[in-house]
Structures are given as structure tokens and as C-alpha cells.
Design a protein around this ligand. Structure first.
Ligand code: PHE
Length: 492
């Protein structure tokens, strides 16, 4: 319709001087006309020139008054023709905005007397503001002073109108033939394929997006980490228990019962069931002993250890609770069978009572690895860490002495990030203390090297995400999964 109108008009006329007027005269939508002009221009059926016009249009407030009348007239009409009305009563009759503006304008116009009581000073008023607004709405021109006063009251704003003037282009034809996109059986039978104009192939057109499932970035990085651990001969630990007792989460790790991490400000404790059902009795005794008075060359902490504290159930704060259980089982096994060295890993969810911000969530994932063998040293730990992290693309590592209740020595792990141009902390590590291993039943010459890090950290670095809430939790935009690259090479 719009296309026929334009091409048809140009057949007999030199030009369409203004697409806006052209659309209005024919009762067509200007945006439709513009779309057709753009398309015709693309095929050089027409040549165009931009036209810009500034016009006044009503703001939302202006539109409201154009229908309901100006606030001053609304206010005037709400004052009884004879007698007076109190301010409160008048206020009840009108919208708060209308009342406020109405009072000031009607006062200024000397239509009403604004005392304790309000009364009319004139008999009749005209709604000039409404009339002016209606004129502008109809596209009529009004005087400069009126424009200025409506503008000052924010009832109108200047809007740039864009349109075109249109002339015949080099490929002009009174009708546009649609090029055929397919060669059909009928075309061949009829023989009209000889005259048909075919649409050219567009080799740079994008295909439709594939409709298929997508993995979350955390799952992709997790799979990659699992591969790395398996390449290094690590076995996965069963982490399918979010609820732990304080005993396995803290006590066996030689974390004293008054340690701040054991406070409800840092840890989610369970209300139901609030305590664990059973713990290995003789082991509990040895843990109690080591906390209270040490042993195996340690002096212990010298405080009264309480079973009630150890019995409290919580959402595990680290997967090291699982490592404790696994090592305990391994030590029991080693009592009856010859000891075999072990390499264990896990990647699963942990919980901390933290204030959520750009880098912290109350629920996140931990990656943990450990090696249990005879005669391990700090050099073994450094070697394993370098091997592990280099497979993630992080080959420049540095270590800083740190403190964990369950490791000695302990080291924070830093990696040089080429993109950020600085060293970033990526994990924590250490050698488990004799105070942890010996009560489990391990002989003196067996040691354990271990490390832990969050899964979110490397994933955010890999995927260039700087707010952890965009990665995990209820605020995640699901299209994140679709837009991810298929594969990523190197972590930096
Ligand atoms: N459990 C530690 C943490 O929560 C990580 C860690 C694991 C540290 C093993 C040392 C050894 O950060």
C-alpha cells in the first residue's frame, strides 16, 4: 500500500517533498512510509534527502491537562460559585498535584482569593492552557509567549521530527518486482524460469540460532577441572551431604571450639535436627584429648572441649569436612590392610553466613585436592600445585605463608594474571597437621598435602564476569548460558 503510493506518485511527479505531509494526506502511518522509503532506497529505486523539523509535543502532564483541563481551572471549578471553602476541604476534592499547582496559578491569575477560606473573585474563567495544549496536539502553531509559558510549566517539549524528501532513483520502476527466492517445479514446467529474476545469495547471512540445551559456566569449568584431576590420577570423593556435624567440619580439623568461624555469624547451624546422631566414640576421645592437652609433640589448646559443641549440625562451610571423613576411613583401613597412597579430589557446594556482595555468596562451590602418602614435603605440595594450575593455564605461581588451624605450614596461592597485569589470590593450601592426622590413626610417617579454592573464582576470570551474582543465584540471566563461547583456551 505505502510502496504503491510512493512509486505511483513518483511516476507522475518530480518528487515527494515531505514524507510527513505525504503520509498525512493519504491517512498512512509515517513510520510505515519511512520503512518503505528505506527499503526502496536500499535498491536504488529512489533517492532521498533527510528532513528534520522541530515540533512541540505535549508531555504526559500536558496530555493530562488537555483532557481534564488545567489545574487552575479544575481548582476554580471546585470552589463554590457563592460562598467559600476551607483549604482542607478543597484539598480533599482534588489530586494533590492539581491542588498545589492550581492554587498557585489561580492565585496568580487573581481568580480566587487565597486566605484562610478560599473564594471566587471572578464569575467565569476560560481554560486558555487547555485550548493551547489542544492546538499543539493538532499540530497548529501558537504564539511565542504562549510557547514559553507552557514550556516553563513543562507541559510541552521540543521534539525532532525526521522524514525524507524522495525522488526517482537510478533503478526506479513504477512497480517493484519481487525477485524469486526459489526455483520451483512449476517454474520449470511452465518455462517461466527464463524470465524470472532471482534473488542473489547472501553468504554473510547468519543462520538461525540452534535450539538446544546449554551448560552453566560453572558446570563447564567443573567438568574441565574433573578432567585435570583425573589426568593426575585423583579419585573423586563422595560429597553428597550438605549437612555435617561440627565434629567433622571443625573439631577433627583441630579448629578450636571458640574459633570465630564457629559462630552463627559465620556458619549456618541447623535447627532440626540440631545435633548429630552418632560419632565414632574412641576417635571423639582422641580429638578431645588433642584439643585439650595435645599429644604427638603438640601442647594442644588447653581448654575444656565439649561434646555438645561437636554434635551441632551445620551446613558444611568447606569440603575439607569430606576430606576429614575420607582420611579417617583411610586411616582405619590402613590398620588392617597395607597402606596405599591416595589422591582425592572433590568439587561441590559449601555454605557460609556471609553478607552477599560482588565477590561473595552465602552458597558457593569449592574445589579441593589432597595427596596422602609417606614422606611428603612442602616441595611435593608446590610441585602438585604447579602441575595442577598449569593445566588451567596458570603457570606463574607464587606462594605466601598463611595460617589455617589444620595445616602447618600453610600457603596462599597467587597466580600472575596477564589480563589484569597483577598477582591474584587463587587458593589456599598446606600440609595437614599431626594434630589432625595422628588422632585419626595414621602413623607418624604419613603426611597429607592439600589445597582448596572456589570454583566461582576461576570461572569468573575465564568468562570475564565481575559480579558473582551474575554467575550464580536467582539474579542470573539465563541467556548467559546461551551466549557462552563453546570452548575457552587457557585461563588467562
Ligand atoms: N578449607 C580451606 C578453605 O576453606 C581450603 C583448604 C583446603 C586449605 C585444604 C588448606 C588445605 O579455604
Amino acid at each position: 500500500m505505502a510502496e504503491e503510493a510512493i512509486l505511483g506518485y513518483l511516476e507522475n511527479h518530480e518528487e515527494i517533498s515531505d514524507s510527513g505531509h505525504f503520509a498525512a494526506e493519504r491517512g498512512l502511518d509515517h513510520s510505515d512510509i519511512v520503512n518503505v522509503i528505506k527499503s526502496l532506497y536500499g535498491f536504488r529505486f529512489v533517492d532521498v534527502q533527510d528532513i528534520k523539523r522541530e515540533t512541540w509535543v505535549l508531555t504526559d502532564e500536558g496530555k493530562k491537562y488537555a483532557v481534564e483541563g488545567s489545574p487552575e481551572v479544575q481548582l476554580f471549578l471546585a470552589v463554590p460559585p457563592e460562598g467559600s471553602i476551607s483549604k482542607d476541604e478543597l484539598q480533599k476534592k482534588l489530586d494533590p498535584g492539581v491542588f498545589k499547582i492550581g492554587c498557585s496559578q489561580a492565585g496568580k491569575n487573581k481568580w480566587v482569593e487565597m486566605g484562610k477560606l478560599i473564594l471566587r473573585k471572578v464569575q467565569h474563567v476560560e481554560d486558555k492552557v487547555k485550548d493551547l495544549l489542544l492546538q499543539i496536539q493538532d499540530g497548529k502553531a501558537i504564539g511565542k509567549e504562549d510557547i514559553n509559558s507552557l514550556k516553563a510549566r513543562k507541559l510541552i517539549v521540543l521534539q525532532t521530527w525526521k522524514g525524507y524528501s524522495v525522488k526517482k532513483g537510478p533503478n526506479y520502476a513504477p512497480k517493484r518486482k519481487k525477485p524469486a527466492t526459489d526455483l520451483t517445479r512449476e517454474n520449470l514446467q511452465r518455462g517461466d524460469w527464463k524470465e524470472l529474476e532471482f534473488k542473489e545469495y547472501n553468504f554473510s547471512a547468519k543462520g538461525p540460532p540452534a535450539e538446544c540445551g546449554h551448560l552453566h559456566p560453572l558446570n563447564k569449568v567443573k567438568d574441565r577441572l574433573k578432567d585435570i584431576f583425573r589426568q593426575l590420577n585423583f579419585e573423586e570423593m563422595p560429597t553428597n551431604r550438605y549437612v555435617e556435624s561440627s565434629f567433622w567440619n571443625f573439631d577433627v580439623l583441630f579448629q578450636p571450639q571458640q574459633h570465630p568461624a564457629r559462630d552463627s555469624h559465620d556458619t549456618f547451624f541447623l535447627k532440626v535436627p540440631s545435633t548429630t546422631r552418632q560419632l565414632p566414640e574412641d576417635y571423639v576421645e582422641r580429638v578431645k584429648e588433642v584439643h585439650e592437652s595435645g599429644g604427638y609433640g603438640s601442647r594442644g589448646y588447653g581448654y575444656k572441649w565439649k561434646i555438645d559443641e561437636a554434635n551441632k549440625n551445620l551446613l558444611r562451610t568447606h569440603t575439607t569436612a569430606i576430606s576429614s571423613r575420607m582420611l579417617y576411613a583411610l586411616a582405619q583401613h590402613a590398620k588392617v590392610q597395607p597402606f596405599t597412597p591416595k589422591r582425592y579430589f572433590s568439587i561441590d557446594r559449601v555454605f557460609r553466613n556471609e553478607a552477599v556482595d560482588r565477590t561473595h555468596l552465602a552458597e558457593f562451590h569449592q574445589i579441593e585436592g589432597l595427596v596422602c602418602d609417606r614422606g611428603l614435603t612442602l616441595s611435593h605440595l608446590i610441585g602438585v600445585l604447579e602441575d595442577f594450575f598449569s593445566r588451567l593455564g596458570m603457570s606463574k605461581l607464587r606462594f605466601k605463608p598463611a595460617y589455617n588451624p589444620y595445616t602447618e605450614p600453610s600457603m596462599e596461592i597467587f597466580s600472575y594474571h596477564e589480563g589484569f597485569g597483577k598477582w591474584v589470590e587463587i587458593g589456599n593450601s598446606g600440609m595437614f597437621r599431626p594434630e589432625m592426622l595422628r588422632p585419626m590413626g595414621f602413623p607418624e610417617d604419613i603426611s597429607v598435602i592439600a589445597w582448596g579454592l572456589s570454583l566461582e573464582r576461576p570461572t569468573m576470570i575465564l568468562y570475564g564476569i565481575d559480579n558473582i551474582r551474575d554467575l550464580f543465584g536467582h539474579k542470573v540471566d539465563l541467556s548467559l548460558m546461551k551466549k557462552n563461547p563453546l570452548c575457552l583456551i587457557g585461563i588467562q
